[in-house]
Design a protein around this ligand. Sequence first.
Ligand code: TXA
Ligand code: MG
Length: 321
Amino acid sequence: MSTLDQALAALRAGEAIGLPTETVYGLAADASRPDAVRKIFALKGRPADHPLIVHVAGADQLDRWARDVPEPARLLAAAFWPGPLTLILRKLPGVPDEVTGGQPTVGLRCPAHPMALTLLRAFDGGLAAPSANRFGHVSPTSAAHVRDEFGVAVPVVLDGGECAVGIESTILDLSGDTPRILRPGQVTQAELEAVIGPVESGADANSPRASGTLEAHYAPRTPLLMLARDALESEVTEQQALGKRVAVLALGSLPANVDGLALPADAAGFAHGLYAGLRELDARGVNLLLVQRPPDGDDWLAVHDRLRRSAAGAGIANDTP
Ligand code: TXA
Ligand code: MG
């Protein structure tokens, strides 16, 4: 596994590296260098007009990337950074178009992983980093997942263990008149409102583009269906009667005589295991993945969001007969 020194050397040479954060692993490169940022897009196969998040060492970096930083941004950075919250702000003229997808805004986040923070402080700059998966695939939550995605194409991967949160950061747009959540995450609307007052949710026509807001994202190759527990158990019986192989991702416990995995029945525990669970079940080569529908409620909003997109994209790249 790679060392911090190797990571620093690779970043200074304009290369992309695998970077652990508390949400998911990132594919990181020097955000001030267009040539380095272009390598991220080439590796991911991501459309060039999709903006990247710039990871910074702390709130004191806000004014290095953003202009006219509003007071709510400073309050939120003080409350949630380091942590799983990305702030969309008006960018300074020097921020490369490669990072922002040509938009007048920039996404900033200070990650809570100790290895990422140590690296950012030593690097003394910003790291552009999308999740370290090929475009549309399930995001990686371990160093092994990053290797599975990119192999030798990304030789330097820092191993920071399993990501504590397991799903991507909450994205809050502060560049317009009203604060607006573009992507739900562990930091909830209520938690944001407790700090800055009313926040809207969901993109409108004027919102900046966010690739995490596309349907058909976070998707396994195997077709995926989400069902309530009862319906799921009957579906398993029906599929098995048809001679199909199914795998189940359940809450709390697996139904009897079924192949699959059970994740914790609380939102944080479920989110933590979700992507690793989807990857593991996807690798089993079954005909269908069945996911037990989680409960409703604010805590589960981000999980529902990711599951809906996983189901929308699942099976699209299915190359098994
Ligand atoms: O937790 C996370 O946010 C992870 C870790 C690595 O930090 N990163 C992540 O990156 O999820 P990515 O690229 O997979 O998703 C970043 C999202 C995208 O949907 C992108 O469009 C959006 O952030 N984004 C970045 N800059 C933006 C901007 N200026 N305006 C609107 N959306 C932006
Ligand atoms: Mg992503």
